[in-house]
Write a protein that binds this ligand. Structure first.
Ligand SMILES: O=C(O)c1cc(=O)[nH]c(=O)n1[C@@H]1O[C@H](COP(=O)(O)O)[C@@H](O)[C@H]1O
Length: 229
């Protein structure tokens, strides 16, 4: 099965992460390694997950000068990951450098750009000088991302139907901020349930705490699968 669920392995170290990974297999979910686990466990752990057959999304959200980001993307590709990301706010030159670093082989990693973090509200945007609405900012950054040859964006599911319509079905939409109806929202602002997110056009659902903080994470993952059948 080509699963659309990406479990965010937001754990303090590889021992904790492996407790969940050992219960999973690649037909159930893809795995995301983000800043916390990567900083603690390092690239060898990413390679271990790849070796176990999981498509791995390396979520380091690169945002730096174009040369640095290009070199970082090339290093990430060497780990054998399925997907990686950068911040669209890094600008066109940075996006082009990231994309160029991955080459054109059929099995290159997918490269996506974060538009506006799902934790950001309109109030947060004003604080950093962004004067438009979240939808307008996301659309603008997604267009910039597509123009520069990337494979898709990270956005909230609340923007998914607009982006599918504007940017076409082949442009991947990866949506965090996914909350089953009974889950706590936490620090996320622009959230949606798994079924609603898929109906809106999300290609992949990134889900962390509703699974990793559940008393039985595997049961929580299986319940989400049931929900979206
Ligand atoms: O790039 C991401 O994955 C990401 C982008 C974004 O805008 N918002 C967002 O929450 N994420 C990541 O998605 C995951 C969401 O986790 P939960 O909020 O626990 O489900 C975290 O690992 C975040 O780092």
């Amino acid at each position: 099965m080509d699963t659309k669920i990406i479990v965010a392995l937001d754990y303090p170290d590889q021992v904790e992460a492996l407790k969940l990974v050992q219960q999973l297999d690649p037909s159930l979910c893809r795995l995301k390694v983000g800043k916390q686990l990567f900083t603690a466990a390092g690239p060898r752990f990413v390679e271990e997950l790849v070796k176990r057959g999981f498509p791995v999304f390396l979520d380091l959200k690169f945002h730096d000068i174009p040369t640095t980001v290009g070199l970082a993307c090339a290093a990430a590709a060497n780990l054998g990951v399925w997907m990686m990301n950068v911040h669209a706010l890094g600008g066109g030159a940075m996006l082009r450098a990231a994309r160029a670093a991955l080459g054109d082989a059929a099995d290159r990693p997918k490269l996506i750009a974060v538009t506006l973090l799902t934790s950001m509200s309109e109030v947060d945007m004003r604080e950093i000088g962004l004067q438009d609405t979240p939808r307008a900012a996301v659309l603008r950054l997604a267009k910039l991302t597509k123009l520069n040859g990337l494979d898709g964006v990270v956005c909230s599911a609340q923007e998914a139907s607009m982006l599918k319509q504007e940017l076409g079905k082949d442009f991947n939409l990866v949506t965090p901020g996914i909350r089953p109806a009974t889950a706590e929202v936490g620090d996320q602002h622009r959230v949606m349930t798994p079924a609603a997110a898929l109906a809106a056009g999300s290609d992949y659902l990134v889900i962390g705490r509703p699974i990793t903080h559940a008393p039985d994470p595997l049961a929580a993952l299986l319940a989400i699968h049931q929900d979206i059948l």
